[in-house]
Design a protein around this ligand. Structure first.
Ligand SMILES: NC(=O)c1ccc[n+]([C@@H]2O[C@H](COP(=O)([O-])OP(=O)(O)OC[C@H]3O[C@@H](n4cnc5c(N)ncnc54)[C@H](OP(=O)(O)O)[C@@H]3O)[C@@H](O)[C@H]2O)c1
Length: 353
């Protein structure tokens, strides 16, 4: 018998903290079907995507339920504990991450089809592995969206202190690209500036500093600013458009500034500069990837971590199994994650061991 912890939620609640329910029970491992894999989750992050799922605002719904309630969590890393008779790609002791959205990683144990998982190196740090799919992979694919990006080109991005923003700066540096990383204003701006410069950002500015420049950023003078990566929209998005050079691309991949934000563009932005405005959705991009391509990308990113070329984002670990009241702790964790006005918060990661 093993003690199992499972987080679930009632669909469509705008308040993730009150929507969540935690179940705990001793249970035996059920008999495995031939393509099944039994796993134990090691680290399961709370991402902005998970909050959208719980709020009913994400197109891909969870694939697993417990007591008729959906199990959230779309990223994470698990250890394989047993495999069905026809499983060859995974063995007990292997570590794996979800191959697609919806796996339901906010639980200590699961039995899933082996096709739902992709193996990653066992020696990879759990937090690094748990931020591969919704962090490093997203950052890599965002950079891949723009054809012809070459050494010396500049990209600009907002929400740059977030997990994806940190990976964008690091991966851009590996490709010889320069990054202007824009962060929200805060009291300890110098410490976040230094942290992002250490990771590989070329220049770090606050939204207020960028606003003061009115599109004339001295360090960008005469440079090719060919790509803007926007996950905020609204005014912060518009500030990125302002520094792009003609023919550049603007990719929106998030709406941290609120679901009803507006991007107000001038005639110059829209027509004279020929900026290409596009949207990025990981699920759509990954749908065009075959499983081997995705596994190769994860393998390359894992090796970047292991060789010290990529650094793991700072996170807060939330040890649910050690808590006296784990449901309360889970609710508090989600309340923190949804408090957007709190500047400088770290990604929270559920740990079940
Ligand atoms: N399109 C896709 O397929 C896809 C896939 C994955 C993620 N995303 C989106 O990508 C975005 C970033 O994800 P992430 O995993 O990097 O999130 P994250 O680690 O939570 O980082 C986002 C950071 O943005 C900053 N922020 C929060 N609200 C903001 C606001 N109103 N204005 C400006 N900055 C704000 C916060 O940093 P400070 O507190 O330090 O300012 C926060 O840490 C999210 O919108 C997410 O939904 C999209």
């Amino acid at each position: 018998m093993t003690l199992r912890t499972i987080l679930t939620y009632s669909e469509g609640s705008p308040d993730a903290s009150s929507a969540i329910r935690l179940f705990r029970a001793e249970a035996e491992l059920p008999p495995l079907k031939e393509s099944d894999v039994a796993v134990q989750f090691l680290a399961s992050p709370v991402t902005p995507q998970d909050l959208l799922v719980i709020a009913g605002r994400y197109p891909v719904k969870p694939s697993h339920k417990h007591e008729h309630l959906a199990i959230p969590g779309y990223d994470g890393v698990c250890r394989v504990t047993a495999v069905g008779s026809k499983v060859t790609a995974l063995q007990p002791g292997d570590h794996a991450v979800p191959s697609r959205h919806g796996l339901g990683t906010w639980r200590s144990h699961a039995v899933v089809d082996s096709s739902a998982l992709v193996k990653v190196p066992r020696e990879l740090d759990s937090v690094a592995a748990s931020s591969l799919k919704m962090g490093a992979v997203v950052a890599w694919l965002l950079l891949e969206e723009q054809d012809g990006l070459g050494p010396g080109d500049w990209i600009v991005q907002n929400a740059a202190s977030g997990v994806i923003g940190q990976f964008v700066a690091q991966l851009a540096r590996l490709r010889g690209l320069n990054t202007l990383s824009v962060v929200r204003d805060r009291e300890d701006v110098e410490s976040v500036r230094q942290r992002l410069l250490d990771l590989g950002a070329s220049v770090v500015m606050t939204e207020a500093e960028l606003e003061t420049c009115q599109g004339q950023v001295p360090c960008l003078d005469g440079k090719r600013v060919v790509l803007a990566l926007d996950s905020v929209f609204g005014e912060p998005g518009k500030r990125l458009v302002g520094v792009l050079t003609p023919g550049a691309s603007y990719i929106n991949y998030g709406s941290l500034g609120g679901a009803d934000g507006e991007l107000r563009l001038s005639q110059k932005d829209l027509f004279w500069k020929h900026i290409k405005f596009t949207n990025f959705r990981l699920s759509a991009v990954l749908a065009a990837y075959d499983q081997n391509q995705f596994a190769d990308l994860l393998d390359w990113l894992s090796r970047c971590f292991l060789q010290g070329q990529l650094r793991v984002p700072e996170v807060d670990l939330v040890h649910l199994s050690r808590a006296e009241d784990p449901e309360r702790l889970a609710r508090d964790t989600l309340a923190k994650a949804t408090a957007q006005e709190r500047v400088g918060h770290k990604r929270q990661v559920f740990v079940f061991e």
